[in-house]
Design a protein around this ligand. Structure first.
Ligand code: ZN
Length: 232
């Protein structure tokens, strides 16, 4: 329980709630260090210093606890600080259906989310491209250029023309990330992930629909050939 007297409130992102919520500061600990600067003049009394503050925060909504480390160095601009959260803020949750993917795709998707958690956006984008590669090889085999493979996906009904265009953009983004050190913005990366996950999930849903069709009993027909209605 949080001590009422020490209660201090802050608004920050909660991984469990998936949004910004009110948090209580449960406890805080500060460490300080300093070092004299040797200017060669014994009369100079100069030093550098640093503070590290560890703050433990609890979400008022779901009681999720997070630790924040704030590092401040005397030589930085006023107000400047290095802030890290443990565990890192998750701006996107791995979809629940990911467990239904083939093992290799599951494992790449898990790595993509791990990269996302540490804001390694280039790595996440490269992972997305790998996911598309794996999907293409699984569905149509490893033949031709990317553009040809995407066209084939469209012809075979895995992709609409619109989604093929979107995916083409995603693959280009993945290519730029690995070859030209392009750093995608968080929302750009999010769009790429939406496209790729949409492709993977649609394929899983198609499988479910086929299973459902097989499991649904056929309607009995009248001798006339008309389907029998539920009331007759
Ligand atoms: Zn929460």
């Amino acid at each position: 329980m949080t001590d009422e007297r020490a209660r201090r409130e802050e608004r920050l992102h909660c991984n469990a709630c998936g949004q910004e919520t009110r948090h209580d500061v449960i406890c805080e600990h500060r460490q300080h260090g300093s070092e004299p600067i040797d200017t060669g003049n014994p009369l100079d009394d100069l030093s550098i210093s640093w503070y590290t503050t560890y703050t433990m925060l609890e979400c008022r909504g779901c009681e999720n606890v997070t630790l924040r480390r704030t590092y401040v160095f005397s030589e930085w601009n006023p107000g400047e600080a290095q802030i890290e959260y443990f565990p890192p803020h998750l701006f996107r949750k791995k979809p629940g259906w990911a467990d239904a993917l083939p093992k290799d795709e599951q494992s790449v998707l898990t790595e993509v989310y791990a990269a996302l958690a540490s804001d390694s956006r280039r790595l996440a984008l490269m992972g997305e491209r790998t996911l598309v590669d794996l999907f293409i090889v699984r569905k149509i085999g490893d033949q031709g250029t990317f553009v040809q493979k995407l066209k084939k996906l469209e012809q075979d009904g895995f992709l609409s023309a619109k989604n093929r265009e979107l995916l083409d953009a995603a693959l280009n983004a993945g290519h730029a990330a690995s070859h030209r050190a392009y750093l995608p913005e968080r929302d750009q990366l999010s769009t790429v992930m939406d496209i790729v996950e949409n492709l993977l999930q649609s394929d899983l849903l198609a499988k479910d629909v086929r299973k459902l069709r097989r499991a649904t009993p056929k309607r009995k027909r009248h001798p006339s050939g008309e389907p029998k209605s539920a009331t007759s």
